[in-house]
Design a protein around this ligand. Structure first.
Ligand code: NAD
Length: 376
């Protein structure tokens, strides 16, 4: 049944853009950074990263690998890429006449490097240390802090995609359990939304199904045993495939809502993903059930003669239980959202372009308020 669904889907035609990127994936691949930077002909590099990378010694590693080629470091990137910080980093890039920008860390430092690189017309190098997947995509989100509440807006352009992506699973060994779990669920959500995306294509579907399989194999192990390099390597592979699937499709309700909850309610992106994902799967079940069957298969959920909507309910339950096993918050009330905020958040989300790209049409903000209320 699953193969038939995929083939029939392809018969409707597809269109997608793929990107020229060099991707290096191997344990200890960080050691290849100096050679790669030299090969690309970059001489003056700016590093954007977060404070945690300073503390765990990774900024010093980059300094010794790049020597004089590292001319500036912006090491205090805050979550959700704030416009004021982008301005500061741009000043640093211009002052030091840099010719490339590295983003090392989670989606925020990589988003910062993308924003600076795009605005200053510079190539971007991405070295992910979480499972957020931004390294593969032509998109960044930027939070406008002068609005009340602040609003996160996405910028989409092929020139944003990082030229070089270096995956070293060793960089993820110290990722704390909660961030392992929440950014891992973010990767799973990329696969789910890629599978039912209105712009899905054979590449995004293949990457998403394989991504779910690797995430299923590895995420809980990484959460329970952070220093297990085999599990970390498989999980990073899952996150890479999730990012690859995300890169060529538009996302829907789930990601749009997570951006609103991040930008306007300051909820960490991975946590927003964990709270919303089971609800988004259920919301879309009617319109997308056959498209999600391969994900259910990759999670070993049996079809057992159940209709496809029944399988998708089992999928939503499985995701909910996995999130519970990893002790992540599962309700908006647990992360500081008050009931009186829900209607305003629903109104902001209703205006969100990504929300409006959802496969199940959203015609009234009240539909979003109901979903948020269920998640509250
Ligand atoms: P993040 O980058 O905000 O990082 C969260 C925390 O993790 C930070 O405190 C950071 O210091 C810490 N951290 C990161 N790696 C660590 C490590 N190895 N060890 C210890 N601590 C570590 O969080 P995120 O979830 O990775 O990224 C979320 C951001 O990325 C959001 O702004 C989201 O919108 C964006 N994003 C963008 C895309 C895209 O395609 N453009 C995709 C996914 C996420």
């Amino acid at each position: 049944m699953t193969l038939l669904v995929q083939f029939t889907d392809t018969m409707n035609g597809f269109r997608y853009v793929s990107f020229a990127q060099e991707v290096i994936f191997a344990p200890a691949s960080l050691a290849q950074l100096g050679e790669a930077v030299e090969r690309f002909g970059w001489h003056k590099v700016l590093l954007c990263t977060s404070h945690s990378m300073q503390i765990n010694g990774q900024v010093d590693s980059i300094k010794s690998l790049l020597g004089n080629s590292l001319v500036a470091v912006f090491d205090h990137v805050q979550p959700h890429v704030q416009d004021v910080q982008v301005k500061e980093a741009l000043v640093l890039a211009v002052k030091n006449e840099v010719d490339a920008v590295i983003g090392m860390g989670g989606g925020s430092p990589i988003g910062m490097a993308k924003a600076v690189g795009f605005q200053a017309h510079l190539p971007i190098i991405a070295m992910p240390t979480t499972y957020a997947g931004s390294e593969m995509t032509p998109v960044y989100g930027i939070t406008h802090t002068d609005e009340s509440p602040p609003r996160k807006v996405t910028v989409n352009d092929p020139r944003i995609v990082p030229t070089l992506v270096l995956y070293d699973p060793r960089l993820t060994l110290d990722l704390p359990p909660e961030l392992t779990a929440s950014t891992g669920i973010n990767a799973l959500a990329h696969c789910i939304e890629a599978l039912y995306s209105k712009t899905r294509n054979p590449l995004s579907t293949a990457a998403a199904v394989d991504g779910v399989r690797h995430i299923h194999n590895a995420l809980l192990n990484c959460y329970q045993e952070g220093h297990n390099l085999d599990a970390r390597t498989e999980m990073l592979l899952g996150a890479h495939l999730a990012g690859l699937s995300l890169a060529s499709v538009s996302m829907g309700l789930h990601h749009g809502l997570c951006h609103v909850l991040g930008g306007s309610a300051n909820i960490p992106h991975g946590i927003a993903n964990s709270i919303i994902l089971p609800h988004a799967i259920r919301f879309n079940a009617e319109a997308t059930a056959p498209l999600l069957l391969p994900a259910a298969g990759a999670l070993n959920i049996p079809e057992n003669g159940t209709n496809s909507k029944g399988v998708i309910e089992a999928l939503a339950l499985h995701v909910h239980e996995l999130i519970g096993q990893m002790n992540l918050p599962q309700r908006l009330r647990d992360v500081g959202v008050s009931e009186s905020d829900l209607s305003q958040l629903a109104k902001i989300a209703f205006q969100n372009r990504t929300v409006q790209n959802n496969p199940e049409p959203i015609t009234d903000a009240i539909q979003l308020e109901h979903l948020l209320r269920d998640a509250w």
